[in-house]
Ligand binder design. Structure first.
Ligand SMILES: NC(=O)c1ccc[n+]([C@@H]2O[C@H](COP(=O)([O-])OP(=O)(O)OC[C@H]3O[C@@H](n4cnc5c(N)ncnc54)[C@H](OP(=O)(O)O)[C@@H]3O)[C@@H](O)[C@H]2O)c1
Length: 298
């Protein structure tokens, strides 16, 4: 049901991962449509979400029993999955089923169609495919968003960029169709507010252009007004650098580097027009993302 066209009372939408790159944008863009927003975070006091009437609630997706209270009175949900396995997902999806009628799930472009979760090659694809399947089998209406690489991953370089003009890493030639988080959120918001159009849809989302990591560093330099260059490291040197980085989760280092190695061998990524088709505006370029985030690199 499209609540605005159907003359329904404003629904309440629960946004999980509301302090994250995408969730924060989903909250802001939902507020702009006039729906009531409830935001889930493990740390409400430091979430920075006390604006626009957002109802901020404490909750942990790893502890589904605690979600019950946050779900009372909620009509729809934006679900992201921050955990490495889908072990907690059956209970989370069951809690959602008891309260909401439509779940928009931030899945992953790593999910391969036609393969059951155990057959998925990529670990991120495996956990997200498992959550997708639970949602599909729950009887809930659903929309899956399967995004390619986020432009916000380049924030991992912020410390190096603040400290000098060189970004060191491995697999500089990996091509990616980077996405602006605002575009992912725009599709999520359409799916949450125009449900009929997007029920049982799995959307493959990409940015509008394919760029290597070397290209990304150059464009970031142009945005911040200082020439930057990429310096190629061996995989092992990049691995040690990431393991020494306190802001990067150790458990994700090998997954990331394996993913880059695969992407280097895979066919060049193909861009989709899904953002324009669903959200009605061209997907933002990486240059636009860099301009929007200049302050994060200074
Ligand atoms: N990065 C990419 O290139 C890429 C590509 C495709 C798909 N994805 C998927 O996108 C998702 C990440 O989205 P994002 O970048 O917007 O997130 P993010 O910026 O990494 O933020 C993580 C969010 O997860 C929440 N969170 C972490 N553990 C939690 C828990 N146990 N219970 C409840 N909330 C928890 C955090 O909330 P609090 O700390 O406030 O509780 C925070 O809002 C992942 O599922 C990832 O696989 C990423």
């Amino acid at each position: 049901m499209n609540w605005a066209a159907g003359g329904m009372a404003e629904p309440t939408v629960l946004v999980t991962g509301a302090t994250g790159n995408v969730g924060r944008q989903v909250v802001a863009q939902l507020l702009a449509t006039g729906v009531r927003v409830r935001a889930l975070t493990r740390q409400p006091d430091s979430a920075g979400l006390a604006y626009g009437g957002v109802d901020v609630r404490a909750g942990d997706l790893a502890d589904p029993r605690g979600l019950e209270e946050a779900l009372k009175g909620v009509d729809r949900a934006f679900l992201m999955w921050p955990l490495h396995t889908a072990d907690a997902a059956p209970d989370v999806v069951e809690a959602l089923r008891r309260h909401v009628d439509h779940v928009v799930f931030l899945s992953s472009g790593a999910v391969q169609d036609g393969l059951i979760p155990d057959q998925q090659r990529h670990p991120v694809g495996r956990s997200h495919a498992a959550v997708e399947r639970l949602i599909e089998r729950s009887g809930l209406d659903w929309t899956h968003l399967r995004p390619s690489t986020f432009a916000s991953n380049t924030l991992w370089w912020a410390d190096q960029i603040r400290a000098g003009d060189v970004v060191r890493g491995a697999f500089g030639a990996v091509p990616m169709a980077l996405l602006h988080e605002a575009d992912i959120a725009a599709v999520a918001v359409r799916a949450l507010t125009e449900e009929d159009r997007h029920a049982k849809a799995a959307y493959t989302l990409t940015g509008p252009e394919v760029l290597t990591q070397v290209d990304q560093v150059r464009i970031l330099g142009e945005a911040i007004g200082r020439p930057l260059r990429w310096e190629e490291l061996s995989r092992e040197a990049a691995r040690q650098q990431l393991l020494a980085d306190d802001t990067f989760p150790d458990s994700f280092v090998d997954t990331l580097l394996d993913g880059y190695a695969e992407m280097l061998d895979a066919p060049r990524p193909v861009t989709t027009t899904t953002i324009e088709d669903v959200a009605g505006r061209l997907a933002r370029t990486f240059r636009q993302w860099a301009v929007d985030h200049v302050a994060d690199f200074r």
